[in-house]
Design a protein. Structure first.
Length: 145
């Protein structure tokens, strides 16, 4: 079991910081390249969502990122204390976005779910958003299990 925790402001430039820090933390696992790409994508989608939706126009909102792993799984936890989501089912629909004017495609949640082995979201309007993601570890640079 190993674990890390990061807290950072909701400034867009911190997205790369969060993503690369997690990749560095997971280095000892020697994950297949494909899995590293999927984890980077999950992080980018989750962190950018917290920044542009949760903390819309706020640059000093706190985003909490915790990553841990055991023998079998990587656990990713992304939490913001932003505006929250009042209709999670709708937010999860492919191509649903509340920000069409920003030309978002509404695919972030769908992409995260596709790449995750387990995906849980807890959120309420006004109460922030909490994502729990579990991803199975595949060893040794193989592409198939
Ligand atoms: N952390 C969050 N806080 C508040 N609302 C959120 C959060 N994450 C997602 N949402 C809501 O869920 C909707 C769907 O999110 P999703 O990531 O699928 O699409 P998007 O961010 O709008 O577009 P894309 O990710 O394709 O750029 C968002 O439009 C937003 O309304
Ligand atoms: Mg998104």
């Amino acid at each position: 079991m190993n674990k890390m925790k990061l807290e950072f402001y909701s400034k867009l430039e911190n997205e790369a910081f969060a993503r690369t820090s997690v990749v560095a933390f997971l280095m000892p696992l020697d994950l297949p390249m494909e899995d590293v790409m999927e984890i980077k994508t999950i992080l980018a989608e989750a962190v950018v969502n917290a920044m542009i939706h949760g903390y819309e126009n706020v640059e000093d909102g706190i985003i909490l990122l915790e990553v841990s792993y055991d023998e079998h799984y990587i656990y990713i936890h992304v939490k913001d204390d932003g505006c929250g989501i009042d209709d999670i089912q709708k937010a999860m629909e492919p191509m649903y976005t509340s920000k069409e004017y920003l030309e978002r495609s509404g695919m972030g949640m769908t992409i995260m779910q596709t790449f995750a082995d387990e995906f849980h979201i807890h959120s309420e309007a006004g109460k922030g958003c909490d994502l729990q993601i579990k991803k199975k570890i595949r060893h040794g640079n193989q592409t198939e299990q």
